[in-house]
Design a protein around this ligand. Structure first.
Ligand SMILES: Cc1ncc(C[n+]2csc(CCOP(=O)(O)OP(=O)(O)O)c2C)c(N)n1
Ligand SMILES: [Mg+2]
Length: 283
């Protein structure tokens, strides 16, 4: 792949992130009202880990990656073109959902968008995605949380990917939490160091979307791993706030644009979200 550097943030990424944030806030309210009753893992705060990566491959490189997601996946599912309607159907247990109403929030998938859902065993997606890319030689992205990436089978998958030069990108969404336990309590090593030890190109960056784009542009061969430091704004599962003062990347990015432009985008996106929800709840 050619190198590519980005000086400006493509507005498509902001637009997509606005949409994702509004979807998550909308679901937050439906959870509070008990209109959604299943366990839900909201991804607000982590939007750019998905929207910037998706933009880089799908828009800038014109590559359609095969994507293995983790349990916190609404942002990845929507960034890689999973259907909102099928997400809403899934959250209300309707058979028209993306997992026929039986997988729920943690296991979103899309055959048409090449998104492979999670099975609930943290980190299992790494050996499965690695085996998939090894067998098919299709460019694959494997998402995992900072805790899922500590699992022994996750690490063994890195070793196999490096040994066989498998075309896979591991993204670690490092929100510094395993439910409520910080990384520093759980381990003394860094994901990017371990990946480098196995022979992968590896990076440890924050979730500024320009940084993510330029990091992706630096990768000269696969497999590779990017540990992205980010923040989870809401509870591990369900609707609530752990820390009202936590840094919000999306809020910071939006503040760089004209308020009226952002508000117009938000109101149009919200109309679409509400109409989709009403459609799913009508039948
Ligand atoms: C093997 C295994 N151990 C424990 C759990 C319970 N569990 C579910 S999510 C979670 C925390 C996941 O943290 P991380 O991978 O960092 O993702 P995040 O929730 O922070 O996005 C735990 C411990 C599980 N599902 N599977
Ligand atoms: Mg985490």
């Amino acid at each position: 792949m050619n190198k590519k550097s980005f000086d400006d943030l493509p507005f498509e990424i902001v637009k997509k992130s606005i949409f994702i944030r509004l979807v998550e806030e909308f679901i937050f309210q439906r959870l509070k009202n008990r209109e959604i009753k299943i366990p839900v893992y909201l991804s607000a705060g982590q939007e750019y880990c998905a929207s910037a990566v998706s933009y880089f491959f799908r828009e800038a490189k014109k590559i359609e990656p095969h994507v293995f997601v983790q349990h916190r996946n609404h942002h990845t599912y929507l960034s890689f073109e999973g259907s909102l309607e099928q997400l809403f159907f899934e959250l209300i247990g309707d058979e028209r959902g993306c997992v026929a109403g039986m997988g729920g929030s943690a296991s979103l998938q899309s055959k048409s968008a090449n998104i492979f859902g999670h099975d609930g065993l943290m980190g299992s997606q790494a050996p499965i995605a690695t085996g998939y890319a090894f067998a098919n030689n299709k460019f694959t992205i494997c998402y995992a949380g900072d805790a899922a990436a500590e699992e022994d089978y996750y690490l063994a998958a890195l070793g196999w990917a490096a040994t066989k030069k498998i075309p896979i990108l591991f993204i670690v969404e490092d929100n510094d939490l395993s439910i409520l336990t910080k990384v520093s309590v759980r381990r003394c090593w860094k994901m990017a160091d371990v990946a480098q030890g196995f022979g992968l190109q590896s990076f440890d960056v924050d979730d500024n979307p320009i940084t993510i784009l330029n990091t992706l542009g630096q990768i000269s061969s696969y497999p590779a791993l990017i540990n992205i430091r980010t923040n989870r704004l809401f509870w591990h599962a369900g609707a609530g706030l752990d820390d009202p003062d936590i840094f919000d990347r999306h809020k910071q990015i939006c503040s760089q644009y004209e308020k009226e432009d952002i508000e117009l985008l938000k109101s149009n996106a919200l109309k679409l979200i509400k109409a989709t929800w009403n459609k799913c709840n009508r039948h």
